[in-house]
Design a protein around this ligand. Structure first.
Ligand code: PLP
Length: 288
């Protein structure tokens, strides 16, 4: 757990960090966050995470500066003497009046937490995740579906549904019944050596890891399609996997108690997993 946190320009002990009771992040969920993974002290795809955050803050009309954030992230990792770490940036529009009026918020709140990250054991990657279909739907028309916003309650409730069913993840459909994503990850299906993932218009968070997979695919000679995926298609997919910055690429081997393909991580999934790890290694040993 982060002992030293970055709050509004200063590195301070976590026990001394204070946020206003009128912070709109707390009162209304008027905020955003990023979760990132560091390997030997280097954050993988830091710039992509920061630009997603900055763009989202622009959408919500509270500007934040990338350069300040980049330095602050590195300073927080160093202050906590971390190597393999999970880093959370949480920003909100800041303190405002009691009547919900973002115009009264003058200064965004910026908080960075960093703690040790212990990856899932290799055995979990060899077995793959089990998922259930969540009762909670993504709203493809909501601006929130595309933002990593502080309104994360639906995601947490969906994940709790999964846990209650003895599964690792919950898959969310959108209001049209099309596959969107999982509660905390994006989803890919593999069929006949081709990769498919729901398009951004389906109400997904455009994941950084999803982007990396889409970049990697042509190098592996694999065609990718961002498109609508119907629920029924899940039952005859040959392989599936989930992606997020912490778990990287996780095989999805069971959906609603039924095996995906052979019920084991498939060969295409394994190629992506191996390639992703190579990429991480190359970029986190060469970055400064
Ligand atoms: C809802 C949701 N979708 C997708 C992702 C994957 O995003 P990323 O690859 O940027 O970590 C996350 C990450 O936590 C998420 O919460």
């Amino acid at each position: 757990m982060s002992e030293i946190v970055y709050l509004n320009g200063s590195l301070i002990p976590r026990s001394q960090a204070r946020i206003s009771v009128l912070d709109y992040g707390f009162l209304y969920g008027f905020g955003l966050f990023e979760t990132m993974r560091a390997y030997k002290g280097q954050v993988f795809r830091l710039d992509s995470h920061l630009s997603r955050l900055v763009c989202a803050a622009e959408v919500l009309e509270f500007p934040i500066k990338v350069t300040d954030l980049r330095d602050a992230v590195m300073a927080t990792i160093q202050a906590n003497q971390l190597g393999d770490a999970r880093i959370r940036i949480a920003v909100s529009i800041g303190e405002g009046s009691m009547v919900p009026d973002p115009g009264t918020c003058k200064q965004p709140t910026v908080l960075i937490l960093a703690g040790d990250y212990h990856p899932y054991p290799e055995q979990i990657y060899q077995q793959g995740f089990r998922a259930v279909i969540s009762s909670i739907r993504r709203n493809s028309q909501s601006p929130l579906s595309r933002l990593k916003s502080a309104n994360y309650l639906e995601n947490i409730l969906a994940r709790q549904e999964a846990r209650a069913a003895g599964a690792n993840e919950a898959l969310c459909l959108n209001e049209k019944g099309l596959l969107a994503e999982a509660s905390m990850s994006n989803i890919f299906l593999v069929n006949d050596g081709m990769l498919r993932t729901p398009g951004k218009e389906n109400g997904i968070l455009p994941g950084i890891t999803r982007e990396v997979v889409l970049e990697m695919a042509p190098q592996l000679g694999i065609a990718t399609f961002e498109q609508d995926i119907r629920l029924e298609e899940l039952s005859h997919t040959q392989e599936a996997f989930l992606t997020n910055s912490l778990i990287e690429i996780m095989p999805l081997t069971e959906i609603d108690m039924k095996p995906v393909g052979s019920g084991r991580p498939g060969p295409v999934t394994q190629r992506f997993m191996a390639n992703y790890r190579k990429l991480v290694l190359a970029s986190t040993t060469s970055e400064q």
